[in-house]
Design a protein around this ligand. Structure first.
Ligand code: ADP
Ligand code: ADP
Ligand code: MG
Length: 674
């Protein structure tokens, strides 16, 4: 076994690899950029080497700098994690030429499978079903049009070198093809330096189901079941689970067999993932093979009881797999949610800044058994910067069955408290609160169909649950009754009781502007909230300094996040957030008399949420737009991001042009009217 391993990555996956290496008694070497001096992975490793300035090209993608770190520390092997150099065949070859072991597959397999066209051809040769289409580079738009007509619309254009959801375009009808071909080719050229594009049939309402494979250097190969990753946003995975609610043992065996066939055809070893797209009739078609550890590998680990990082390291050290296909069993259910520092209300743009509060859900909250796992890469106080992927953590909920895992995921998301940067926790909460999600009725269109391109938990068009209204009342009661019972200590430590105050009983809970009249009263240790003839007894040891409200309503456990504001407070639970204002019945009447001023609170300007490059402007001066309309595209963090109008109005000014570099908070457009 190796004595030391260098981890050529950062964030949660570097921490993850360090954890398994350490458990195996292997010394770990972290590398870090100047932006990551205080990062968690640097703290966790036995040794750490600075490899360059913040931009990834000069640090985490800088092969020379990493080779120097290997030289300096004597590391015997390198684990690349995912992203960065993980699928870079030249890096694997460079390591081999210097006698260092790459903890991953052989470089010819990386090269072949990293090219979607070659991979698809190899899959077809190995007898693996592939998406009907045309697996050769397409010369020009005219050829694309001809092929698309043969295949039949709708079709999908794909960059052969693509990855990470980039370089993919749906083409619904012939009129869209020419522009889509141009855009796809240029995106592929710009992002991957390789403009080759191919074409395949668009599978409608598909599911993304992938097979984890593991192979050693002695000719043994097994599959470790499937993961379903259909909950995606713009072709990028958001939630993943194992097993898939759509797959039965017979289908698992067929898909697993196909995946192993492809791995064998590629002379593969190490861990790898064969991705399939599955149609409504359970036909599965090969999409691509990822020649690395996948972001969502933990769900497979949890249901198979395998440590995939450990297995990769053992295979790299030349060990034979210690188990065969018949030893692989799937037990229980695991669901992973990717927590990102991003702003769903602004079309999911990355959110940059300091993670002022990072409090994970209390792991013991569900009893002593193992029910949640959190793979994280940031600490409280860390900064999310524009150079890297803004992932905060992966939250994995584990249960005996799917519903138990879903329930635990819901509870853990309600309790996971992160402030300082915006994040997608409430959005994830809304996804897992959805009935179709709970029933397993999902497809890759799920998020687009249900949520569109943005999400604001305060704009969810429904009344708060009765328990949340009750909790709002109880919180208010605690805030005012605490004030009324204030006791003061005098200099000689005499207790001076506060003057008794009679608290008003009638209040109106204004939740996102909707009125809910309640009557509040003390009830033993709790607060009694009466509404519409119903009584809710709220019990909790909550005090206003706590950001998680936990307690019971009529004996049922509840949990909501509490943020105190200047006028009222905000409660967040289950993918829904209520801006609460507690007012007297008289004040509520007056508020109701004020004419609705519409979206007057929304911004009059569209500002750049982050530094970036203007790619396109989709509106012109004088044009009318509606709240939610896309008005421009800005490239930041190597991603194209849509800017969305927050209000209805007319564009009065546009202060930027495509190609401009823009700064954070720069005013890009001004509205008039509204
Ligand atoms: P997974 O199935 O492991 O989630 P993803 O496609 O989401 O695979 O990619 C995992 C990580 O690697 C992400 O951080 C993604 O941005 C990055 N990534 C994968 N392929 C590429 C690529 N060709 N170019 C840029 N980033 C990539
Ligand atoms: P990447 O390398 O970016 O991960 P993939 O080929 O794995 O690219 O595709 C990413 C996602 O795009 C899939 O998970 C799926 O949602 C969608 N997709 C890809 N090909 C098709 C297709 N032929 N029909 C429908 N959806 C597809
Ligand atoms: Mg993929």
């Amino acid at each position: 076994m190796f004595e030391s391993i260098l981890i050529a990555n950062r964030g949660e996956i570097a921490c993850r690899v360090i954890r398994s290496s350490r458990a195996m008694g292997i010394r770990t070497v972290a590398v870090y950029s100047e932006a990551d001096r205080d990062a968690l992975h640097v703290d966790m490793a036995s040794d750490a080497v600075l490899i360059g300035p913040p931009p990834a090209l000069q640090s985490y993608l800088n092969i020379d700098a990493i080779m120097a770190a290997i030289e300096e520390t004597g590391a015997e092997a390198v684990h690349p994690g995912y992203g960065f150099l993980s699928e870079n065949a030249a890096f694997a070859e460079r390591l081999a030429s210097e006698g260092v072991t790459f903890v991953g597959p052989p470089s010819p397999a990386i090269r072949t499978l990293g090219d979607k066209i070659q991979a698809k051809q190899l899959a077809a040769t190995a007898g693996v079903p592939t998406v009907p289409g045309y697996a050769d580079p397409i010369a020009d738009a005219a050829e694309a049009a001809r092929l698309a007509r043969d295949i039949g619309y709708p079709v999908m254009l794909k960059a052969s070198a693509g990855g990470g959801g980039k370089g993919i375009r749906k083409v619904m009808e012939a009129s869209e093809l020419e522009e889509a071909f141009r855009a796809c080719t240029s995106e592929a050229e710009a992002s991957f330096g390789d403009g080759r594009v191919f074409l395949e049939k668009l599978i409608l309402k598909p599911r993304h189901i992938e097979i984890q494979v593991l192979a050693d250097t002695h000719g043994n190969a097994v599959y470790l079941g499937e993961r379903e990753c259909s909950i995606q946003r713009r072709h990028q995975k958001v939630l993943e689970e194992a097993p898939s609610p759509f797959v039965d043992p017979e289908m698992r065996a067929r898909m697993g067999g196909s995946a192993v066939d492809l791995a064998r055809a590629a002379n593969y070893f190490s861990a790898g993932t064969v991705e399939f797209i599955v149609d409504a009739d359970r036909n599965y078609y090969f999409l691509e093979m990822n020649t690395r550890l996948q972001v969502e590998h933990p769900v497979t680990e949890e249901v198979t009881g395998t440590d995939l990082v450990e297995q990769m390291i053992r295979v790299a050290a030349g060990e034979e797999l210690s188990f065969g296909q018949d030893d692989v069993t799937i037990e229980g259910w695991a669901i992973e949610a990717r927590l990102y520092a991003e702003d769903p209300a602004r079309g999911f743009l990355p959110s940059i800044g300091r993670v002022a509060r990072y409090r994970e859900p209390v792991s013991g909250a569900f009893g002593t058994s193992k029910t949640i796992r959190i793979d994280h890469g940031v600490n409280e106080g860390d900064t999310i910067n524009r150079h890297y992927d803004p992932m905060l953590a992966k939250l994995i909920a584990i249960g005996d069955d799917r519903m138990q895992a879903v329930t635990r995921m819901r509870a853990a998301l309600d309790e996971f408290y992160v402030r300082g940067v915006n994040h997608n926790m409430a959005f994830l909460g809304a996804v897992v609160a959805d009935e179709d999600f709970a029933a397993g009725n999902i497809s890759t269109d799920f998020i687009g169909d249900k949520f569109g391109s943005r999400f604001d938990p305060t704009e969810v068009d429904r009344d708060p649950e009765p328990w949340l209204v009750a909790v709002a009342g109880a919180i208010h009661w605690r805030r005012i009754s605490r004030g009324s019972r204030l006791v003061t200590r005098s200099m000689d430590d005499q207790v001076i009781p506060g003057r008794p105050v009679t608290l008003a009983a009638d209040w109106v809970v204004m939740a996102n502007g909707r009125p809910f009249p309640v009557e509040l009263a003390e009830a033993g240790d709790g607060v009694e909230v009466r509404r519409n003839g119903q009584t809710y007894v709220v019990s909790s040891d909550w005090t206003p300094s706590r950001y998680i409200f936990k307690g019971t309503v009529n004996g049922e456990p509840v949990c909501a996040q509490y943020d105190s504001g200047s006028v009222g407070f905000r409660l967040t639970a289950g993918g829904y957030a209520a801006e609460i204002q507690m007012v007297s019945p008289r004040a509520a009447e007056m508020i109701a008399d004020i004419p609705d001023r519409g979206a007057s609170g929304a911004a009059r300007n569209i500002v750049s949420p982050m530094p970036g490059l203007m790619v396109s402007i989709d509106v012109e001066v004088g044009q009318e737009v509606k709240a939610g309309d896309a008005v421009a595209v800005i490239e930041a963090m190597k991603m194209e991001n849509q800017l969305i109008a927050e209000r209805d109005g007319t564009i009065a000014e546009i202060n930027c042009a495509p190609g401009d570099s823009v700064e954070v908070n720069q005013v890009l457009m001004v509205f008039e009217g509204g």
